[in-house]
Design a binder for this molecule. Structure first.
Ligand SMILES: *Cc1c(COP(=O)(O)O)cnc(C)c1O
Length: 352
């Protein structure tokens, strides 16, 4: 692979225009990107090129049939300027799992891993060091092959773009337990990181925002009785001192933050349960005062604490705990990610 990865360096760098002390999340991009084309039945050798717009035919299938998938990951810099990834092979495996479901050809591991690490070496100076900041990495595949016929494309592009980002801070969120719309269904694509999954979430989320909430808690499509995901994050509920999250399925995405939090919680001696969580149970616990915490978990925010939830015209507040599981678990996972603590799980991956 090493001899086949072509690199075309940008003539000038945009880095001097960037205010690294005031980074938002995912809205400015580094000087280069990785591009890999699928053509004639195979993935061609990846290239690193200056970051630039794409040219696509109007009949490219991405525009009509939404054949696209993505991943979200981060690169972290420690005090000695070493660069780290967190469980990157999990992202690679999930990309291919998503690819399979959306009828996109699977990508070879070395194209992903060597492409990613080479790109990060080139963009090393773009990885911010302020607390909570990181280089957000967006690997994605889109159908560039053409034709109005509703069938999988014969050409694709795998791209990795990077955005230096500040801490993803949303504050404590107010969520609405959804009783009408669904994010995912049995036999559907909810477990894949497919672009269309997000498109379908925007409208119900807009409606929730109009009612004064920040986000939707998705429930099962059949009865709207089981809690499944928090926006685009996995969800955790703490009742008394037990931390509960739903089992992954066709409808619940297998989040890397979710499974890492479960492992860390067990290591902390926190009782954990992976099982269906009913809305009734959560409402009853809120009324009884045993509902201590709810939080979302995902790469971008890591942990996103929930302040209150709305359900059928009632709002229920969660207590503001001094030593929450959310803050404890977030600290442990980010200490591993930023190389500030021992990594007994072997999750850290050094970019070199
Ligand atoms: C990406 C994503 C998550 C979180 O996954 P991580 O691997 O933890 O970033 C959770 N739910 C949905 C629907 C997602 O798309």
């Amino acid at each position: 692979m090493t001899n086949t990865l072509m690199i075309e360096k940008a003539k000038t760098s945009k880095i001097k225009d960037v205010d690294f002390d005031n980074l938002s999340f995912g809205s400015i991009y580094t000087d280069h990107m990785l591009v890999c084309d699928y053509k004639d039945g195979e993935w061609k050798a990846p290239k690193i090129v200056p970051y630039q717009p794409l040219t696509l035919d109007p009949s490219a299938k991405i525009f009509h049939y939404g054949q696209s998938i993505f991943e979200g990951m981060k690169a972290y810099k420690d005090d000695e300027d070493n660069v780290w990834l967190f469980r990157p092979l999990e992202n690679f495996k999930r990309l291919n799992k998503s690819a399979k479901r959306i009828a996109i050809p699977e990508l070879p591991e070395e194209f992903f891993m060597e492409g990613l690490t080479t790109l990060l070496q080139i963009e090393k100076d773009w990885i911010p060091k302020n607390p909570g900041s990181s280089l957000y990495i967006r690997p994605f595949i889109l159908a560039s092959g053409t034709g109005f016929h509703a069938s999988p494309a014969d050409e694709y592009k795998f791209i990795i773009a990077c955005a230096p980002s500040g801490a993803y801070f949303s504050g404590k969120v107010k969520v609405l337990i959804e009783q009408n719309y669904s994010r995912a269904a049995n036999g559907g694509v909810g477990y894949a990181k497919a672009g269309g999954n997000y498109a379908g979430q925007f409208y119900p989320t807009q409606l929730a925002i109009e009612k004064g909430y920040n986000q939707v808690i998705w429930t099962d499509d059949n009865e709207h009785e089981y809690i499944e995901e928090a926006g685009a994050m996995n969800i955790f509920v703490r009742i008394n001192d037990t931390l509960i999250t739903g089992p992954t399925s066709d409808r619940i995405l297998d989040g890397i933050t979710r499974k890492s939090i479960l492992d860390i919680a067990k290591d902390e001696g926190i009782a954990t349960e992976v099982r269906k969580i009913s809305v009734t149970e959560v409402v009853e616990a809120a009324k009884a005062g045993t509902l201590k915490e709810m939080f979302g978990a995902g790469t971008a925010a890591v942990v996103s604490p929930i302040a209150s939830f709305g359900y059928k015209d009632n709002d229920y507040d969660l207590p503001d705990l001094a030593d929450s599981y959310a803050s404890r678990l977030k600290k442990r996972i980010t200490d591993i990610q930023y190389n500030r603590a021992e990594d007994k799980f072997g999750w850290r991956f050094k970019v070199q």
